[in-house]
Design a protein around this ligand. Structure first.
Ligand SMILES: *Cc1c(COP(=O)(O)O)cnc(C)c1O
Length: 371
């Protein structure tokens, strides 16, 4: 089966991990700082906090934004469940805003409609690798005093009006799960320009313990204070060494992903039955996923037919408000986000990762065109 996504690990990556295993620090050591600095520099953001996974990164972002029980946070339904779950972790209520039909990105017009006096934040998801319309979302956030969080699990390396993902919202989260652009096995990071958010998230990933060195010196080296409730969301030096090594290859990998997407785009121009998602001219898509909409083709049949041919197609995503947990806990229902619900019926993700060979790409195109 040709998988829809897959990590690329080479000998240089492996050697970096071995080096850490032979060193003094395997966690909470210098590689964590180095990885944070490298990703911050890559994106242009001022601060970065590395954590144990992308979901922990979202949780930290929501807590940094001060989200509390009783608050509402607006989020897209076309995402992985973690984008909404992080709101529930904070005791707040997710409110689903619909998406734009040709990109499946959150629709700023519907965000406006969903704002109430309880709304405190917006979580925008850079679905498939394309940044959302951040100029419009920032204007809405400013007008209503909301924090704008970007779930950038798909968009590291993407650009919007020449600015990189990681700098487009008040807080941006990345995931380093093996299907994402670069991997640390499991891992995540939050990028921000806000020093206050940065400090809060550093405490949050380590039980809420403040680790000011000078304070400890004054009161004795054994002394520490837990000033807020946090978690153990730390990432290891072993993982960060892998991340640093992977990051060096990211620009080339994004290039490869864009090339494959271009080949797919071109091949599907000849048929009206396959409609790829559209990328805005002012954006650079990092292409985590290549998503098509099927016109006049039954998605279930297409899915089975391609899987039988060894093509690991997938569906991203089942609208989050369709999930039984959300129906039972927040009374979400069919019809809340009609565009997302309609598009969900026809979407299919084709394999897309830098390890795909030309033969595999041609084989996929041939079979998709025969649907
Ligand atoms: C992968 C993903 C996450 C969660 O990241 P993990 O590292 O798996 O916890 C969150 N949001 C989106 C959109 C994702 O694709």
């Amino acid at each position: 089966m040709i998988p829809y996504g897959k990590q690329c690990i080479d000998d240089a990556d492996i050697q970096e991990v071995i080096n850490v295993l032979k060193s003094d620090f395997i966690t909470t050591g210098p590689k964590v700082d180095d990885f944070e600095k490298a990703v911050a520099e890559f994106t242009g953001a001022a601060y970065a906090v590395a954590v144990s996974n992308g979901t922990a990164a979202l949780h930290a972002a929501v807590i940094a934004a001060g989200i509390q029980p009783g608050d509402e946070v607006i989020v897209t339904p076309i995402s992985f469940v973690a984008s909404a779950n992080c709101i529930v972790y904070a005791g707040a209520t997710p409110v689903f805003a619909d998406v734009i039909e040709d990109s499946l990105l959150i629709d700023p017009e519907d965000v406006k409609r969903k704002i109430t006096d309880k709304t405190k934040a917006i979580i925008a998801v850079d679905f498939a690798g394309q940044p959302c319309d951040y100029d419009t979302l920032q204007a809405i956030a400013a007008e209503h005093k909301l924090t704008l969080i970007a779930d950038g699990a798909h968009s590291i390396g993407a650009e919007y009006h020449g600015r990189k993902a990681g700098t487009l919202a008040d807080l941006t989260t990345f995931s380093f799960h093996p299907v994402k652009h670069i991997t640390t096995g499991e891992g995540g990071m939050i990028l921000t320009d806000n020093a206050d958010f940065y400090q809060k998230m550093k405490y949050f990933r380590n039980h809420g313990i403040t680790t000011d060195y000078r304070q400890r010196q004054e009161k004795g080296a054994w002394f520490y204070e837990m000033k807020s409730l946090g978690y153990n969301y730390r990432i290891t030096d072993i993982q960060c060494a892998l991340g640093i090594s992977q990051l060096k290859k990211l620009p080339a990998w994004i290039n490869k992903r864009q090339q494959i997407a271009k080949t797919y785009d071109k091949a599907f121009e000849q048929t009206d039955k396959i409609v790829p998602l559209k990328t805005a001219e002012t954006s650079l898509n990092a292409y985590h996923l290549y998503v098509i909409k099927l016109v006049g083709i039954d998605r279930e049949a297409a899915f089975n037919q391609l899987r039988e041919k060894g093509i690991g197609v997938n569906v991203h995503y089942i609208p989050i408000h369709y999930q039984p947990f959300y129906r039972e806990t927040f009374n979400t229902a069919d019809g809340m986000c009609p565009v997302a619900e309609k598009c969900y019926q026809s979407i299919l993700s084709l394999p897309l990762h830098p390890g795909l060979t030309d033969n595999e790409i041609n084989y996929i195109i041939e079979n998709v065109c025969q649907l």
